[in-house]
Design a protein around this ligand. Structure first.
Ligand code: ZN
Length: 441
């Protein structure tokens, strides 16, 4: 693997939280980064890298800001195929009349190309790791392998209807085939869809599979008021109470959404060490509500950020998600001190890695960790002047400002050109499939 030196760069390592007496700019270093064998060898001020160290590639970091690759904690990548197909509709109508009929027509190949489109979009907006739940996961994993991203992948499991058992079998086969696949870049999880689609007898089967393979669980939890009412009616519990009682929380769980929670739910999630994926834009677009992120963080719960699928966002740009999260929680708490920029960046990097159990691999720029990083082009009108670059990243930057992306020590995008797939071909393949997917019957 190539040795890479990034020289003379501003670096946001995301290795520590802002101390009380520190200024935001103290979070930055000006210096060099050395990458060897897919990992970070050195990160530090000029002079950190021994002069006799010979890199195969040198990147001039002048006018760039380098930070850990962003981590999208909750998405359904192939839903890019449904982007802007149905908007501004009530949730159940949107699902039943629009989304599900198209999903029923999807083939494995559709999912492969739709996923590649999503991965191109994610890389081009600075995401290096994502957490996915969908179907045709073999094709999803192939797309991840091809483009060179890092991912946690789960086959979505719905415990009602005729696909229930098939989903479990496919999950087992998927774990057997892809766990630690693509050179260790792929981790396979189990993906029971949600409390309202997974009855107790089914969740017990998911639990025994999780036990057998020692894997994490990715699930939607407490997304809408309707879900709360359904679970209350069936089990006399909240969704969180239901999952806890059934024993799901004995595993590492990433709960997406957690919009509607009681104080008791928050205590249960904190005690059980459950991590949460906060998806502010999806929750706003579907009018689901606002997750109590400030309360969750105060309870010591790890909260990462996610975009959710492109049908309910409608993009996969984590810069947009950071900005929305920072603004939303200020206005809802009527407190401009809630979620400062430096904390929001940690949510999208270090906390996201922790939420996915990857804290010893990615999420920070620290020697020994995998080399997943992005370079932001600072030479742009909307990033001038440079009073506070950390604030710029959250309040002014856009995904389009990402110039170069390195994942697992490999340059995957250079000066905005993806090096591992033909972007034009992917767009054409996606476009070709749309008439069949959207034609009725
Ligand atoms: Zn989702």
């Amino acid at each position: 693997m190539e040795k890479i030196l990034i020289q003379d760069c501003l670096i946001l390592p995301a290795t520590h939280r802002l101390g009380k007496k520190e200024k935001t700019q103290d979070l930055l270093i000006k210096g060099d980064i050395a990458i060897d064998g897919g990992r970070l060898l050195k990160v530090g001020p000029e002079g950190t890298i021994p002069s006799d160290w010979n890199p195969g590639k040198i990147i001039n970091g002048k006018n760039f800001l380098c930070l850990p690759g962003l981590i999208n904690c909750h998405t359904h990548a192939a839903m890019t195929l449904l982007r802007s197909y149905a908007d501004d509709l009530p949730l159940m109508y949107w699902l039943e009349k629009k989304i599900w009929p198209i999903e029923a027509r999807l083939t494995g190949e559709d999912v492969y190309w739709g996923t590649l489109l999503a991965l191109i979009e994610m890389i081009k907006s600075g995401t290096t790791t994502f957490n996915d739940m969908y179907f045709y996961m073999d094709e999803t994993a192939q797309a991840v392998e091809k483009i060179g991203m890092r991912a946690c992948l789960a086959r979505g499991l719905v415990g009602i209807g005729n696909q229930a058992e098939k989903g479990l079998e496919e999950s087992r086969a998927f774990i057997e085939k892809w766990q630690e696949g693509a050179g260790g870049r792929i981790k396979v999880w189990l993906g029971p869809h949600a409390p309202y689609t997974c009855p107790p007898s089914y969740l017990k089967k998911v639990i025994s599979l999780a036990q057998e393979y020692d894997v994490g669980i990715h699930i939607h939890v407490s997304e809408t008021k309707d879900e709360i009412a359904q679970i209350e009616k069936k089990y006399k519990k909240t969704p969180v109470g239901y999952l806890q009682e059934i024993g799901l929380f004995q595993f590492p769980v990433l709960a997406a959404h957690c919009v509607h929670l009681t104080d008791e739910d928050i205590n249960l999630l904190a005690e059980s060490g459950i991590s949460i994926a906060h998806n502010p834009e999806s929750n706003m677009k579907l009018a689901s509500g606002i997750a109590p992120v400030a309360k969750l963080r105060a309870a010591g719960i790890t909260v990462g950020l996610g975009t959710d699928g492109a049908a309910s966002n409608n993009n996969l740009d984590m810069f947009g998600e950071m900005r929305t999260a920072a603004l939303l929680h200020k206005v809802v708490n009527e407190d401009p001190l809630v979620l400062p920029a430096s904390e929001v960046i940690l949510m999208a990097t270090r906390d996201g890695a922790r939420a996915l159990g990857l804290e010893n691999e990615v999420g920070m720029l620290k020697p020994g960790l995998k080399a997943d990083l992005i370079l932001i082009n600072l030479n742009q009108a909307h990033l001038f002047p440079r009073h506070n670059l950390v604030a710029h990243l959250v309040y002014a930057a856009q995904g389009h400002d990402v110039d170069t992306v390195i994942i697992d020590g490999k340059v995957v995008m250079e000066h905005r050109k993806i090096l591992t797939v033909d972007e034009e071909l992917v767009r054409a393949e996606v476009e070709k499939r749309i008439p069949r997917l959207t034609s009725p019957g």
